[in-house]
Unconditional design. Structure first.
Length: 294
């Protein structure tokens, strides 16, 4: 969820941030190395290990499931809970069940078929079953995921899992299947950094804005323009929690996030916070995903 944190400025996984925005919930990141700020999930896991599973031997997965179901019905859900003083089953039926709603599944979480990988050559083409198919030129020289789905070849970004292209599968051999938009879009990539700055300037009227292309620090082609560091100083961030600031930026750049940007390192500050930090934003850490793609 959190790719990097420095001075409580968070770099979020953009797919998760997009889901949080769609679902309407707030991301609360606990302090690192501060167990007192975390929840009690670990205690629940320890309880299951020590009470339900300790000393048990299971013949197969079905045996394990049957045992756990019986343990829930006869032990865990009817015991007196140490915090609430009630049986969990009673608490759930009286207070919690009515609050449950349908699970929200945004399009970004749609399941993808199992994907193979292919390398996109210098002409923007990849080979698949005796034919060649185009990929967006931003992926030139990189590997992408490919999978067949209902008569179409789906190309996926390996880092984010997002669909980047789709072609009707050719039944011939030696055919080159191209989407001319892939080549036109490559020309438009040169404007992406300027577009981000323009949109954020219109949305936030900033005292200071800086958009840095940090694609060269990641394992993608240098011209992909997929990773940016944004420093944004605006009065609009006053009395606004950090996550809401990031959510507002994501909304302003929704089109760009859906169109090939994989990560935004956001440093959002009020003027007072900006001056307190000496009018500087922290440097981005090195990419942990391996060497830069050639």
């Amino acid at each position: 969820m959190v790719l990097h944190e420095q001075y409580r400025e968070l770099e979020l996984n953009q797919a998760f941030a997009a889901y949080a925005t769609a679902a309407g919930f707030r991301i609360h990141a606990c302090e690192g190395y501060d167990p007192e700020s975390k929840g009690k999930v670990e205690a629940g896991v320890k309880y299951v290990k020590g009470n339900a599973l300790a000393g048990e031997v299971f013949d197969d997965w079905g045996h394990l499931e049957a045992h756990v179901r019986q343990w829930l019905d006869e032990v865990a859900n009817i015991r007196r809970h140490g915090t609430t003083g009630e049986a969990p089953q009673v608490r759930f039926e009286c207070d919690e069940q009515a609050q449950l709603g349908p699970y929200l599944t945004p399009a970004s979480l749609a399941p993808q078929a199992s994907a193979e990988t292919r390398k996109v050559d210098k002409t923007g083409l990849l080979s698949w079953r005796a034919n060649k198919y185009s990929a967006p030129m931003a992926y030139q020289g990189s590997r992408v995921g490919v999978c067949a789905e209902a008569g179409e070849l789906v190309l996926l970004d390996l880092e984010s899992g997002e669909e980047i292209a789709r072609h009707v599968i050719s039944q011939d051999k030696g055919t080159i299947v191209r989407n001319n938009d892939h080549y036109r879009r490559h020309i438009g990539l040169m404007d992406r950094q300027a577009t981000i700055e323009q949109k954020l300037t219109r949305a936030f009227s900033p005292l200071h804005i800086e958009v840095a292309d940090e694609t060269h620090m990641h394992s993608v082609p240098e011209d992909a323009q997929s990773h940016f560091k944004v420093t944004l100083v605006s009065e609009q961030f006053s009395d606004m929690p950090l996550v809401k600031r990031h959510r507002a930026v994501n909304r302003a750049l929704a089109e760009e996030l859906a169109g090939g940007i994989h990560a935004l390192a956001l440093h959002t500050m009020t003027p007072e916070e900006w001056f307190a930090k000496g009018c500087q934003a922290p440097d981005s850490p090195p990419c942990l995903g391996g060497g830069k793609a050639s």
